[in-house]
Design a protein around this ligand. Sequence first.
Ligand code: IP8
Length: 255
Amino acid sequence: MQNLALIKLGGSVITFKDQVLKANTEAIDGISKALAGLDVPIIVVHGGGSFGHYWSVKYDMHTKPDAYDPHGVSVVHESMITLNQIIVNSMIKSGMNPYSIAPPAFTTGHKAIPSKVKQLYVMAKSKVTPVTFGDVVHVEGSKYSILSGDALMSILARVLRPSKVVFATNVDGIYKDMETKELVGELKLSKAGLVEFSKVAGADVTGGMQRKVKEAFKIASLGLDVMLVNGLKPDRISQAVTGKLEMGTIVKGRR
Ligand code: IP8
């Protein structure tokens, strides 16, 4: 395992999902401040929220490679660059040294280019923070596909084996029960994996969170602990990175 924090900022944290092309600048600034206070190599991945997702829905683009409307490819990518700029500029203001990097610089299709991924870690160690994002990527010929930030987390974790893997979402973690908001503090990956998980959290996990949990389990199966925390409370991201998490869910890696 390497001394590295791999952090995903979910679209629900950094944008207002119900307001088109609207970044949650207050949340972004809070997170930038929290990250600036950490003394550990960091790689950041962010999602699309009301930027990339908005346009990918409009142009009917999915993770499955297909010959999507080329104009959609352009517009989705551009919207992610715009959101990335907002985040990177906030980080610069907070004193961090972010370095914006689009996925095709270290992936081909949905696969890692290991030497390029390793270079991101070398950069992070030199106090420059790579900031990448879910995007639309070229696959082959006229085919493109959406490569989500969650999938990027797995791609990066597999090669780099970070000591901390954190998913920041707009909820406190995985709830045992939505009504009482009782949290699952720790989940152990059993052989049954996701099947076991559905027994723990029942029907309370839906949509975005379900995908996140699936990705978290995938990463945990590599032997890495994965934390799900509320990114709207930036202290929790710091706590997760420094090993002092007070509220959130830890998915224990299978060792
Ligand atoms: O928000 C998807 O990234 P995610 C980004 O991590 C696009 O699923 C372009 C839809």
